[in-house]
Design a protein around this ligand. Structure first.
Ligand code: 13P
Length: 342
């Protein structure tokens, strides 16, 4: 394992207040989002959409890395340039989602286990040869009556750690994503308790599997009340709960933390990240960055609507979200940015 190479890539992904753009939606997820806007659910439309994203002028000023889906890493722009090359030319490190999705867990109603370890070593070699320098694996934890179970937390943590070790063997920085979902009526306190238990279990497994913490990134949920919870805490309260939880459960050696957005509005995802950096940045061992999909892409997708003529406006919206989140890393985001056209 080339430890220095892994650390260099991991550090690059969180350097200069930039963050990651997750554009690795599986075809079914992509189709759901396209269908809502009447965009054709075809390979051609997916390719055109991803080309619109990777060719956004100036994207590399706020985005350090982009997470691709298997189909996209094999695709080219209309002019024949590989998507991977377009990203590299824009100063953006290409990454790849390598899990095979969260499937129903046997004997555990309502819970999921992420699949994809079989054959992973070979796939990682192939992705590395195509130019990927980091990878992502998402585990899903649901809060509900009597769940999550220890079985679900342990099985997902074990899979994340085995994936991470294989990535590092292949020279790819693993992004370790244990997502505690926002769905449900649970309180912020319950999310904090579950998130802490999940993170402790994940890091115990990462250590057992000899994963180099300095050569990985954590991609966690923020600590939030469930979407249906009647009490919705303030931005500052969410920031405090999230950072206090991580200080207890995330080793200082981890290269960086890049949040998922998980269904928060783009504005809230920026405001909460900003509050964490305003209140804690100077006393944290890790960078607090972003790795958003919906919170960066959604406004652009709604403008694009599958039409070439809308691409420049959609790209401006994408860049705007990138800039808002870079500002949030600096603790310089404010609601005024949403109207100033910055
Ligand atoms: P969201 O930011 O939309 O939660 O997506 C992040 C991601 O990559 C989920 O795996």
């Amino acid at each position: 394992m080339n430890a220095q190479g892994l650390m260099d890539t991991a550090n690059k992904l969180v350097a200069n207040d930039k963050g990651l753009l997750a554009m690795d939606e599986s075809n079914p997820t992509c189709h759901k989002r396209f269908a809502k806007l009447g965009i054709p659910q075809t390979e051609a439309a997916r390719r055109a959409y991803r080309e619109m994203i990777v060719t956004t002028p100036g994207l590399g000023e706020c985005i350090s890395g982009a997470i691709l889906y298997d189909e996209t890493i094999r695709q080219q722009k209309k002019d024949g340039t590989p998507m991977v090359k377009a990203l590299i030319d824009a100063g953006i490190v290409p990454g790849i989602k390598v899990d095979a999705g969260a499937k129903d867990m046997a004997a555990h109603a309502g819970e999921k286990i992420t699949e994809g370890l079989d054959g992973l070593r070979k796939r990682l070699e192939e992705y590395s040869a195509m130019g990927a320098r980091f990878a992502k694996w998402r585990a899903v934890i649901t809060i509900g009556a009597g769940i999550p179970s220890r079985a679900c937390i342990e099985a997902n943590a074990h899979a994340l750690a085995r994936y991470a070790a294989l990535c590092q063997e292949a020279g790819l920085v693993p992004i370790v994503e244990p997502e505690v979902l926002m769905d449900g009526g649970h309180t912020l306190a319950r999310c904090r308790e579950v998130t802490e238990e999940v993170l402790r279990t994940v890091f115990a497994q990462l250590c057992t599997q000899r994963v180099l913490l300095e050569g990985m990134l954590l991609k966690p949920n923020m600590v939030l009340p469930g979407l249906a919870c009647p009490t919705q805490e303030t931005v500052d309260e969410v920031a405090d709960a999230t950072v206090h939880c991580f200080l207890r459960a995330v080793p200082a050696a981890v290269a960086g933390i890049a949040f998922l957005s998980g269904g928060q509005s783009p504005e809230l995802a920026s405001a909460r990240l900003n509050a964490m950096n305003v209140r804690f940045k100077s006393r944290l061992p890790w960078a607090l960055a972003f790795s958003y999909s919906r919170a960066i892409q959604q406004p652009a997708l709604e403008i694009w609507q599958g039409k070439d003529a809308n691409a420049p406006a959609a790209q401006r919206a994408l860049l705007h979200r990138g800039r808002c989140n870079r500002a949030a890393r600096r603790g310089e985001y404010s609601a005024a940015m949403e109207t100033s056209g910055a």
